[in-house]
Design a protein around this ligand. Structure first.
Ligand code: AR6
Length: 171
């Protein structure tokens, strides 16, 4: 059965999925935005689980439990900071989505939710980021064996939700 690719407007910390993705920074020690919201909702055990991971490179991802979240796991990824587009930002953002799908698959996840990685504090243009997300996730799902039945693009703003709906309607 093909994976359902959907978009919703929600606080990602409320989603009862196997894994949610965190848009973290290279320290994995917390921050603002969605990272701060996830750490607050998961409780202090999440920081204790992140500390021994030794940080994470941009474009890579690491797995922890979800602790007090409804999600069983958190996949922490580090998106690129937007510097104008000439510093490999698009390829690094695509790598984030790919690594999260690989880690979710290794953990046996059937449902996974992504936030709009890099489009907040890291200032990646949201239209280009959404196009990269939809293209790379849909292509990866079509070309790999995986247990994923549903992948959700969890938008915080109505503008992002409209972008994802328009992109998803084309595939
Ligand atoms: N649920 C879903 N999406 C959210 C939520 C939420 N609760 N809160 C914010 N967003 P950002 P980045 C959206 O800045 O650009 C942190 O300090 C937000 O509207 O959280 O990858 C980290 O520690 C935006 O669309 O992440 C890093 O230092 C998207 O999530 C840095 O920010 C991403 O915005 C990472 O920056």
């Amino acid at each position: 059965m093909p994976t359902r690719l959907t978009a919703c407007q929600a606080d990602i910390t409320t989603l009862p999925v196997d894994a949610i993705v965190n848009a973290a920074n290279t320290t994995l020690l917390g921050g603002g935005g969605v990272d701060g919201a996830i750490h607050r909702a998961a409780g202090p055990e999440l920081l204790s689980a992140c500390r021994p991971l030794g940080g994470c490179a941009t474009g890579d991802a690491k797995l922890t439990p979800g602790f007090r979240l409804p999600a069983r796991h958190v996949i922490h990824t580090v998106g690129p900071i937007w510097h104008g587009g000439g510093q490999n930002e698009a390829a690094l953002l695509a790598a984030c989505y790919r690594r999260c799908l690989e880690i979710a698959t290794d953990a046996g996840c059937t449902s996974l939710a992504f936030p709009c990685i890099s489009t907040g504090v890291y200032r990646f243009p949201p239209e280009a980021a959404a196009a990269i997300a939809v293209q790379h996730v849909s292509e990866w799902l079509a070309h790999h064996n995986h247990p994923l039945q549903e992948v959700i693009f969890c938008c915080f703003s109505a503008e992002d939700l409209a972008r994802y709906h328009a992109l998803l309607a084309k595939i």
